[in-house]
Design a protein around this ligand. Structure first.
Ligand code: CA
Length: 221
């Protein structure tokens, strides 16, 4: 499930991203309100985690704009400590839940899961492309029914490509989306990781578009 994280404080944004991707989600970070508004309106996310204090456009305005445009994904607001009026405004603007900063990552994940469950969007935990099956609850991968032993990083890479299937993903985009904040993403590492993963999968499901990046094609089933 793709989750949009809107937060201008890099450290917080990256820790949320790491925790989410570790829990089987496919997180993406947006660092200002205008970009977030645009992405939420044009892309398909299962939920958004939205900070209120943002550059260019504040979180409450982003949320109002989305709701006016019938963008109905569940939204968890991140609010400042002690500001009850922000929370009231947030609920008025169409937020589904809120968390007061600083919060525990475990609580964020629990709230997010509860929200997705309420919305009935958590039912899909298995994703297929041709012979490939990926289970984001059990963190398992199989090809033609045979389980494949993958590392957490390989799982994240496959999960990201599968959630973006039908679209060519550059090495740079892969690197920024699958590495943890304390690791320096570099495209060479992505290539090595991909090579290893392909050997394990023993199928050409991940294709290379020379000069552009990688793609898992849409499959009928
Ligand atoms: Ca902020």
């Amino acid at each position: 499930m793709r989750i949009l994280i809107v937060e201008d404080e890099t450290k917080i944004a990256e820790s949320i991203r790491d925790v989410l991707s570790h829990s089987g989600f496919v997180p993406e970070i947006s660092t200002d309100g205008e970009d977030a508004w645009f992405r939420g309106s044009t892309e398909d996310y299962s939920a958004a985690i939205l900070d209120i204090g943002l550059p260019k456009l504040d979180g409450l305005s982003v949320l109002r704009n989305w709701r006016n445009e019938q963008v109905n994904m569940p939204v968890i607001l991140l609010t400042a400590k002690g500001s009850w009026s922000e929370r009231v405004d947030g609920i008025d603007a169409g937020a589904d839940d809120y968390l007061v900063k600083p919060f525990h990552m475990e609580e964020l994940i629990a709230r997010l899961r509860a929200l997705l469950r309420r919305n009935g969007t958590d039912k899909k935990t298995q994703f297929r492309a041709g012979p490939l099956l990926l289970d984001t609850r059990q963190m398992r991968v199989s090809v033609d029914g045979s389980p494949i032993n993958v590392t957490p990083l390989e799982f994240k890479l496959l999960n990201f490509l599968l959630h973006n299937r039908g679209r060519v993903i550059s090495q740079e985009e892969l690197a920024t989306n699958i590495y943890f904040q304390d690791q320096e993403p570099d495209s060479n590492a992505v290539e090595v990781l991909l090579g290893r993963l392909r050997r394990k999968l023993k199928t050409d499901i991940i294709q290379t578009r020379r000069g552009f990046g990688y793609i898992i094609e849409e499959h009928d089933k």
